[in-house]
Ligand binder design. Structure first.
Ligand SMILES: [Zn+2]
Ligand SMILES: [Zn+2]
Length: 346
């Protein structure tokens, strides 16, 4: 089968590789019908893996963890899934450790992820998924792949960002970052009833998309976003600030833009340590929460997509055949052609 193989830093190839086989009887094999490239895949490609809790992908392995597919084969012990089911997955948690029993799946002590560490990824024609009964989610067959492609990661993360912000009706929410996760956070924030969403980025075309989706754009390349947010909020700052970038400047802006007693939600993946103004907390009394892909909300997100309360199809600005994955990575990495997300069709 064809697959996108990581050969080492800055080296990516579409290669012919053996099809995956059932290794444990709790595995399934999925025929991937659509996958996409994530910002974390770019981190792997550039040798910038942020570190624990998962090891980086080994050279020679298949990339990718955002996908939709159809079950092709099930192990003998799989009870909840059958051949032909439409599925996706996110973090592959174990379901039995103390964190899983507490339903804090991203904190699982035995976490795995397709396209990280030893486990081959989803940018391929077929994919093996372990622990299928525990952490594979069924999708309604009526929903097109494009509608549900992002529940596995970007949309789950965006929803979690909004949840961590504990948005109340009437709040002003500022989202730093208008990439796929930032845009998902803006869409999800709306579900909690804020009066307005302010979107901050330096990239014009991404700000334009945020504005089209109803946010007030601030170009951080042209204006001081903290001063702008203060100006829009009677000098106080936003009730809720969401960080969806993961770089030092943005993180510091978020601390400046949140009002006293407000909430800061942090989902941007940083590839190195960032020093924060910890000492200010004693005067500002802000609450900081954060985390990564929160798979728990996939069932709720599917319902919201079915009810047309969430629509993320617009994020797919490019759809290429898997053969053209290297080109897709370049477009996504260099932010060419006003790209938001590149979907790969096997
Ligand atoms: Zn991802
Ligand atoms: Zn666990």
């Amino acid at each position: 089968m064809k697959a996108v193989v990581f050969r080492g830093k800055e080296d990516l190839r579409v290669e012919e590789v053996p099809e995956p086989k059932i290794l444990e009887q709790t595995d399934i094999i999925v025929k991937v019908t659509l996958s996409t490239i994530c910002g974390s895949d770019l981190h792997i490609l550039h040798g910038l893996w942020p570190g624990p809790p998962l090891p980086p992908l080994k050279p020679g392995s298949i990339l990718g963890h955002e996908f939709v597919g159809e079950v092709k084969e099930v192990g003998k012990e799989v009870k909840n899934l059958k051949v032909g089911d439409k599925v996706t997955t996110s973090l592959l948690f174990c379901g039995t450790c103390a964190y899983c029993r507490d339903k804090k799946y991203p904190l699982c002590e035995n976490l795995m992820l397709s396209g990280a560490g030893e486990l081959p990824g989803a940018q391929a024609e077929y994919l093996r998924l372990p622990r299928a009964d525990v952490c594979v989610w069924k999708l309604p067959k009526e929903l097109p792949d494009e509608d549900v492609l992002f529940v596995s990661d970007n949309l789950s993360t965006g929803y979690f960002a909004a949840e961590c912000g504990q948005i109340h009706p009437g709040d002003t929410v500022a989202v730093f970052g208008c990439g796929p996760v930032g845009l998902c956070a803006q869409i999800c924030a709306k579900l909690f009833g804020p009066t307005r969403i302010i979107a901050v980025d330096k990239i014009g075309y991404r700000l334009k998309v945020a504005e089209e989706k109803g946010a007030i754009p601030i170009n951080a390349g042209a204006k001081d976003p903290v001063a702008e947010i203060k100006r829009l909020t009677n000098g106080r700052g936003a009730d809720v600030v969401i960080e969806a970038v993961g770089v030092k400047d943005t993180v510091l802006h978020c601390f400046g833009a949140v009002k006293k007693g407000g909430n800061l939600s942090w989902v941007g993946v940083a590839t190195s340590a960032i020093e924060i103004p910890w000492h200010e907390l004693i005067y500002t009394n802000i609450t900081i929460r954060g985390g990564w892909t929160f798979a728990n909300r996939i069932p709720e997100l599917i319902k919201l997509i079915e009810a047309k309360k969430i629509d993320t199809k617009f994020l797919i600005t490019h759809q290429l055949s898997l053969d053209r994955a290297v080109e897709g990575y370049e477009i996504f990495d260099k932010k060419m052609e006003d790209v938001l997300k590149v979907a790969l069709k096997p």
